[in-house]
Write a protein of this length. Structure first.
Lengths: 311, 300
């Protein structure tokens, strides 16, 4: 047999709760899937969503959906090829100093920025689902973290998409875009050529770094303490800065694109969790219920699904 | 409560609708600058799925006629799989299945027959793939990433007949699995080659095959963590070539219905130099399983 023994179950979102599901009638419900080693849990600080931290609000669910909507809607903004083709002296000098001379090295730099961005977003998911939910057995805290992450990334995506679409700044690699359109690569042929300002890779990386920093500063995911917070914050922002640098070295962006992306990404990544949650100030209605788990059921439908239940 | 639930459902519906609209927007032009690994359709995961079955489903209901679903979302893709059959869903059953995947790089639809036992799985079906930014390729002996981006052929859209058999056995500390898949790509005009989106290789239609094997360790007592490695060989007879890839894979049970999944596959050998485009750098995703007749259906 290849799967685990059928000894476990329980499926409320507050997998922190040990309460068996109320619907179990026909058989003994399996135990919850939570942290596996009780001794290990006792040795580490507990992951707790403090009462003064507002939980993800209904308005935030709606806002996150709208931010995501704006992110995707911005994809269809048509480029205006002549809107922003000028290059500032600062951008020209930075490009001359940092851009790799060979196409091969520029490709490596672009791939590196792609890989690092993927690493950053994966780290967010790892902290949320593997560390918080699975390792610490705190499903409800992981849900809060996951939704905050989604909200900040969606906000950053919306701002980036709309500004990049309407600014329509031409990318620095424009000189390489020669020959018939069908013989040009996608970077030249398609409208992303006119979405230089501001760098989405950079802003998303800084958003991720800010989120990691905010979560680790408030939740002892790896054991807690100032060392954890500082290491994660410094590591995250250093990685994000490397992404930005690689975008200039690969000739994908100008320096002002990257600096703007870093500023907006940092604001979204640190601002959303702190302003809306970690700074506290939860009203009574935003605090978790004292008794009873959140009960939600999911029912797939043709276009996705419905969520029903009670809080 | 009703207002809050309604708002959440509305936001979810908006988000899901937008996921469906994304590739349509990108069809007109490809403005996104998403890394290759984060904009691709989810890779074909044969074999690993079998080795990561959750025994919860063995005891969650009687043998019965059922409808089941598997929903998977990651950065940035969404896949819905629906099944109608008889047996124990997600465990041991026979029936029909269909799936739809959407990502910035395209959409893919699959329908077919499936017979699944705890340790053996077989399926036969047809898949249709429409790429948002990929065009068919003029035949060459070798390709670079840039070669795959030229617009020298019609937009890449094709159908694939697929037949797959996979099996899994206990091994010390975990299990081993193996899967063999045959593909026949239809609907592509001569003489074009295509970049096959789920396998991430350039093929000369119509035939391809894949052998995949791996070991999955279960280091925790409850088996909630499954981590291992896979290697695969993809044969492309029309190019007289093959591709070898290998990498780690991860499956973590968060609840009995919800898993976190992730996989990485890097190219070991290939006639082409596609860089990240030819690799599978899927990010962590969430997979939720649902079925009618489930004794403990609470979400998630």
């Amino acid at each position: 047999m290849t799967a685990e023994p059928a000894t476990a179950s329980s499926i409320t979102i507050s997998s922190d709760s040990k309460t068996p599901p109320p619907t179990a009638k026909a058989a003994t419900p399996p135990a919850p899937l939570a942290a596996r080693d009780d001794d290990a849990i006792e040795r580490t600080p507990e992951i707790v969503w403090k009462e003064e931290w507002p939980r993800f609000r209904t308005s935030e669910y709606v806002a996150t959906g709208l931010f995501a909507a704006a992110s995707f809607a911005a994809l269809v903004i048509p480029p205006t090829e002549t809107r922003w083709t000028s290059i500032t002296t600062f951008d020209r000098k930075a490009r001359s100093a940092l851009r790799f001379a060979s196409q091969g090295n520029r490709d490596v730099a672009r791939d590196t920025s792609d890989l690092l961005l993927t690493l950053m977003t994966n780290q967010l998911l790892f902290d949320t689902f593997i560390m918080t939910w699975w390792s610490h057995g705190k499903g409800s805290v992981a849900w809060q973290m996951g939704m905050i992450n989604l909200e900040a990334i969606a906000l950053n995506g919306a701002v980036n998409g709309l500004i990049a679409g309407f600014a329509s700044r031409e990318r620095p690699y424009r000189e390489a875009c020669v020959g018939p359109a069908e013989r040009q690569i996608r970077d030249c042929r398609e409208s992303k050529r006119y979405r230089s300002f501001f760098s989405g890779h950079t802003s998303t990386s800084f958003t991720s770094a800010g989120l990691m920093c905010a979560h680790h500063a408030n939740l002892p995911l790896y054991g807690g303490g100032a060392a954890e917070a500082w290491m994660v914050c410094l590591g995250g922002f250093a990685t994000a800065a490397t992404v930005g640098l690689m975008r200039v070295m690969s000739d994908q962006h100008f320096m002002t694109d990257v600096l703007t992306g870093a500023a907006i990404g940092t604001a979204a990544g640190l601002g959303v969790p702190w302003l809306l949650h970690y700074r506290g100030g939860a009203r009574a209605s935003e605090r978790p219920a004292k008794a009873g788990a959140i009960s939600i059921q999911f029912v797939p439908t043709l276009l996705g699904g419905s969520i029903v239940g009670g809080f | 409560v009703a207002q809050r639930t309604g708002a959440i459902a509305l936001a979810a519906a908006v988000a899901l609708s937008l996921l469906g609209a994304a590739p349509r927007a990108a069809l007109a032009q490809d403005p996104s600058d998403i890394p290759p690994s984060q904009g691709d359709l989810p890779a074909a995961g044969g074999g690993f799925d079998l080795a990561t079955k959750r025994a919860f489903w063995r005891g969650s209901g009687e043998t019965r006629a059922f409808i089941a679903a598997t929903l998977e979302a990651g950065i940035i893709y969404y896949r819905t799989q629906l099944a109608a059959g008889y047996g124990k869903p997600h465990w041991s059953w026979v029936g029909l299945e269909g799936s739809a995947s959407v990502a910035p790089s395209g959409v893919s639809e699959y329908a077919g027959l499936r017979a699944s036992l705890p340790m053996v799985d077989a399926r036969l079906g047809a898949r249709y793939t429409l790429s948002t930014n990929q065009y068919m390729l003029l035949p060459q002996a070798q390709y670079t990433r840039y070669d795959t981006e030229y617009k020298l052929g019609p937009r890449s859209r094709y159908s694939v007949l697929e037949a797959e058999v996979s099996g899994s056995l206990r091994a010390p500390g975990g299990s081993i699995f193996a899967v063999a898949t045959g593909y026949a790509v239809l609907g592509t005009p001569a003489p074009y080659f295509i970049f096959e989106d789920s396998l991430k290789v350039i093929i000369a239609p119509p035939y391809i095959y894949r052998f995949r094997a791996g070991y999955i360790a279960q280091p925790t007592r409850e088996g909630t963590l499954k981590i291992g490695g896979t290697a695969e060989l993809i044969g492309i007879p029309g190019r007289d070539a093959f591709v070898i890839r290998a990498g780690p894979a991860l499956n973590v049970a968060l609840t009995h219905h919800l898993d976190a999944v992730g996989a990485l596959a890097v190219v070991i050998a290939s006639p082409d130099s596609l860089g990240l485009v030819g690799a599978d750098l899927a990010t962590l995703g969430l997979r939720y399983r649902w079925a009618t007749g489930d004794r403990w259906p609470d979400f998630p």
